[in-house]
Design a protein around this ligand. Sequence first.
Ligand SMILES: [Cu+2]
Ligand SMILES: [Zn+2]
Length: 171
Amino acid sequence: MRPILPVAAALLAAGPALAESHMSQGGWIAEVQGRDGAAHGTVTVEPTASGTMVVELDLAGLPTGTLAVHLHETGDCSAEDFSSAGGHIAGDASHGVESADGPHPGDLPNVLPEEGGAVQVQFFNDRLTGEMMTDADGAAFVVHAGADDYESQPAGDAGDRIACGVFEPRE
Ligand SMILES: [Cu+2]
Ligand SMILES: [Zn+2]
């Protein structure tokens, strides 16, 4: 028992520092901008020890309503309609949790912004891999004007793309 106490004390003392270093290890961050200039914020994708990714949204200035959010296959938000971000990160799956061979690794649950347009939420994603995030043409985060119906191909009939952010490796 004697050695355990000093070790436990050391771990306790190191707690905040450990959490800090975990958050800065690897992963990706996207700075999100809306077409109307109002929407903005960040999205991070963080690998964990289990292999499951944690996707965290911290957004503001969105319209209210039920909005689709996805991880798209190309890290390019340069087109005015954000079509340059391409389709969803798809692997060899179909779109949506209502598809028997779905969902895409890039599919996420719809979000419902609070009054004022803020969304702060974390999702687990165990289909997404680091290779999908780091392939040659990158990856992007996209917010849509409407809800994802979780079944229409290829992208859930979610409407216009209203905000976009390119993922960059995290420092
Ligand atoms: Cu999308
Ligand atoms: Zn999809």
